[in-house]
Design a protein around this ligand. Structure first.
Ligand code: RAT
Ligand code: ZN
Length: 416
């Protein structure tokens, strides 16, 4: 059915709201991972984005904050950001959207009552409920073989919930190799401090073992703003000799999340990371010199977004994804998404949730969907004004590509 300019908004909104999503980057876990899966009001309130906002306004030392229990921290955050102030920051509004969609009475502002109402009989049921509310059909976890608790669970061979896919995250290997050499040796890999041939083979074996164990959809790393490739660092050598060959062999994309300055304020712990502009030339170099490797890239600084989209025009082995972390704000999502649609058409993955707490799927996707619908509407209206005939089926196909197929097609794409 042909869609007229006047009807584009409602048609796009309806389709965007109702198309289920594959959420390609989260920090969620399936219930089999026990306490690794965070959920519920207190976790929602103690999200590290909200800790940073709270510590700006309370006359409390960092130590005093961290000494408190999660429940006490949540009480403080609720009091400071939601009662004494108006919660219009994006992270605060996210809590409000989530509570509202969970059916809680926002007028009461009664945190204790919310806790009681959301208390859930079974985590499995809660996962179903949240996936349903968020209209998400599956999520990709972030799986760290260097995390002792998570590692143990994988070694026990957990039962897999098909809605939770794995992603092998290898930050310690690429960002602090010398800190993990000892662990690797303890686990039976004959590795040295420098990348002699045997070490390279053993590190490849380590990655392949974890690929076997987790069946990840991609291998991922977060990289600092001063990331350079190539350079003389061990990281460059590891990428060239260990990571890229294994990714080619297993046909796995290498996902690079570039531009994080870790621990700018260590006292804030998980909330203490920041952002810096990175060098796009490293991405260009990798895409150009490793055409048989697939790269998924997101960059943290707003200043990198235009050149990243342009780089994706040049290299089909580069998939741009998401508005990451400090970019996950309405103004920036709108600007970045519009720019990507104009430069790349439908060939991007516009968003991921980065949800750390199960309940966050509800607001992260509610907020992003609204902006994506707005930006898409504008693109379609301009196209109709230019003389194109647009059908409802066209819109359904496009949204399905943006929310699902672009990712899955890239996962199965073979470049040679
Ligand atoms: O967005 C976040 O929650 C960050 O803390 C990070 O987890 C980031 O997304 C990452 O994956 O490193
Ligand atoms: Zn993340």
């Amino acid at each position: 059915m042909t869609v007229k300019t006047a009807d584009v908004l409602t048609t796009v909104q309806e389709i965007v709201e109702n198309t289920p999503i594959t959420d390609i980057h989260t920090h969620l876990y399936s219930p089999q991972f026990k306490e690794q899966l965070l959920f519920g009001i207190d976790e929602l309130l103690t999200y590290h984005y909200l800790i940073a906002e709270t510590m700006r306004v309370v006359p409390l030392s960092y130590e005093e904050y961290w000494q408190r229990s999660t429940k006490e921290q949540a009480d403080l955050i609720w009091e400071e950001l939601f009662i004494k102030r108006t919660p219009y920051s994006e992270a605060c509004r996210g809590v409000v959207t989530t509570l509202s969609k969970l059916g809680l009475n926002l007028q009461s502002k009664d945190l204790e009552a919310y806790r009681e109402e959301v208390a859930t009989s079974s985590i499995e049921e809660y996962v179903d409920r949240i996936f349903h509310l968020a209209h998400v059909n599956s999520v990709v976890m972030t799986n760290d073989p260097f995390d002792p608790k998570e590692r143990q669970i994988w070694l026990e061979g957990p039962e897999r919930d098909p809605r939770f896919h794995a992603a092998l995250r290898i930050d310690p290997l690429l960002n602090s190799y010398t800190d993990i050499v000892e662990d690797l040796r303890d686990w039976g890999y004959q590795v040295g401090d420098d990348l002699a041939d045997q070490t390279v083979q053993e590190l490849q074996r380590f990655i392949e073992d974890w690929v076997e164990r987790m069946a990840p959809l991609y291998v991922a790393v977060s990289l600092p703003d001063d990331f350079k490739y190539p350079d003389t660092s061990i990281r460059s050598a590891l990428i060239e000799k260990v990571l890229l060959p294994v990714c080619r062999k297993k046909n796995l994309p290498f996902a690079m999340m570039i531009g994080v300055k870790r621990s700018v304020n260590p006292q804030l712990r998980s909330a203490g990371d920041s952002v810096g502009k990175a060098d796009i030339q490293s991405v260009e170099y990798l895409c150009k010199n490793f055409p048989e490797n697939k790269f998924m890239v997101t960059m943290l600084s707003r200043e990198n977004q235009h050149e990243l989209a342009v780089t994706a025009r040049k290299f089909r082995n580069l998939m741009v994804f998401g508005c990451w972390w400090f970019l996950n704000n309405p103004t920036l999502i709108e600007e970045i998404t519009a720019m990507r649609f104009e430069l790349l058409g439908t060939s991007v993955i516009p968003q991921h949730s980065d949800a750390r707490i199960l309940d966050q799927l509800v607001y992260k996707w509610d907020h992003s969907r609204k902006i994506i619908a707005k930006v898409l509407t504008r693109q379609y209206q301009n196209l109709i004004d230019a003389g194109w005939t647009l059908t409802e089926e066209d819109i359904r196909r496009d949204v399905k590509q943006l929310f699902n197929d672009n990712f899955w097609d890239f996962i199965s794409l073979k470049l040679s």
